[in-house]
Design a protein around this ligand. Structure first.
Ligand code: PLP
Ligand code: ZN
Length: 420
């Protein structure tokens, strides 16, 4: 009985301000009362150290195998299981050869999640927390993929949902959100406008019972991204890759993969090693990469443009923390324009058989740029993150992607088209 109870206990110890270090009890709070800084989940080091590889390996084929390293979901009855995670880690030898790699290059393909982006990870954790915290409706401010995932998870568990998106998103992302049966609100404005509205709504009486996964439940949401770090380490045979490249919107994913690596070392689940974290943005919205290039600590917000809409956050909440992670690990950041993004999508597809959305094109194109500029060493093993599916942003590469020839159903037709 005691063992069962202790296994079901959360290893989280409280909320910690990332700015001033003030601590608060666990709950639906996202900003520090002292300094308004963002809060993150703090853990009991001894509880993390009790987690074993064997326990994880015997767990479900989903992110919940890492429940011992997450703030919620220890109890199978309350966790929101959407069969997310354990996505393929693909050895991308042909992409590596095209870019001059002599060390292994891997693609962590998170388009293989249930709603075809990495957002299923953060939503599974945030919705489990929202349910445990007593919220009866779920909501989000989204650049597209988050809306898809929140709507799908809400359908799975039968929870009321309302999702907010900029009204000019890719048609596939609008259709996908709507098909799950959510209340879908298109906002005439940018993601940053959507996010501001959601912050305001979360303070109103009418939204008191509503958990906004990336606003008032954000500390829990963010922890879901750690599973992208845990899985890669486990899939490599319990070791941390020496170089990783990740796309950045708010910068949360990148910082949490780094947090995951640190927690794995602290928990004794992997040997201590050093690793470099590299960040990728699109030139249409590169406030973090621009601050990196200019050697600044402060992010200057921008008005996003360009085809990588899922990354279009002009005022990135985790920007300063992403800068810090990349600088302290000795990595780098770069941004790429829309033509380079399209070329990145085509290069990954034609060398690896993985069709990425524009965010994946950003990551591949930035990898190429960093190798060419000498900032990323192709003789060192590298993992890049593909965070979304190309079928969601098909218009980006539709030009010139038609049939090689359209012919009658005859051998003569084949001959005349020069195909045999
Ligand atoms: C949301 C998203 C990201 C990155 O999000 P962060 O805000 O930086 O955590 C990356 N790729 C895709 C496809 C996304 O939808
Ligand atoms: Zn603070």
């Amino acid at each position: 009985m005691t063992a069962l109870l202790s296994r079901a206990a959360s290893p989280a110890s409280g909320l910690v301000c990332r700015n001033c270090g003030a601590t608060y009890p666990l709950g639906a709070q996202h900003a520090c009362f002292e300094c308004f800084g963002p809060l993150e989940i703090g853990y009991d080091a001894e509880a993390l150290a009790r987690v074993t590889r064997a326990e994880i390996e015997a767990g479900p084929q989903s992110i919940w195998r890492y429940a011992g390293l997450l703030p919620v979901g220890q109890n199978e009855q309350t966790r929101v299981e959407s069969n997310t995670g354990m996505t393929p880690l693909i050895r991308a030898d042909r992409l590596g050869a095209a870019l001059g790699f002599t060390a292994p290059l891997w693609v962590k393909d998170d388009s293989a999640n249930p709603t075809h982006s990495f957002k299923d990870r953060v939503v599974s954790v945030a919705m489990t927390a929202a349910r445990e915290l007593g919220f009866t409706r779920i909501a989000c401010a989204s650049t597209g993929n988050l809306a898809n995932s929140v709507a799908a998870h809400a359908a799975r568990i039968g929870m009321d949902s309302i999702v907010f998106i900029p009204s000019d998103l890719e048609p596939a992302k609008i259709v996908q959100s709507s098909i799950y049966g959510t209340t879908l609100v298109g906002i005439q404005g940018s993601y940053d406008d959507v996010n501001r509205l959601c912050s305001e709504l979360s303070e109103t009486d009418e939204f008191e019972a509503t958990g906004f996964v990336n606003v008032n439940v954000r500390p829990y949401y963010a922890e879901g991204s750690k599973t992208l770090g845990f899985e890669v380490a486990e899939q490599l045979g319990w070791r941390i890759p020496p170089q990783i490249v990740a796309p950045m919107a708010s910068g949360s994913l990148l910082t949490k993969v780094n947090k995951a690596f640190k927690e794995l070392v602290a928990a004794g689940l992997v040997d201590a090693s050093s690793w470099k974290v590299f960040g990728a943005q699109s030139a249409g919205c590169s406030p973090i990469a621009t601050a990196f290039a200019e050697g600044k600590d402060v992010i200057t917000p921008v008005k996003p443009t360009g085809i990588a809409k899922s990354l279009n956050i002009g005022n990135p909440a985790d920007g300063p923390y992403a800068l810090d992670v990349v600088r302290t690990t000795g990595g780098a950041m770069a941004s790429v324009d829309d033509d380079e993004i399209r070329a990145g999508i085509r290069l990954l597809a034609s060398t690896t058989g993985v069709f990425a959305e524009t965010a994946g094109g950003v990551t591949v194109a930035v990898l190429k740029k960093l190798v060419e500029s000498g900032q990323l060493d192709p003789s060192v093993e590298t993992v890049i993150y593909n965070t979304g599916d190309g079928l969601k942003t098909i218009d980006a590469v539709a030009d010139g992607a038609g049939p090689t020839a359209v012919i009658p159903a005859t051998v003569k037709g084949m001959r005349e088209a020069g195909l045999m």
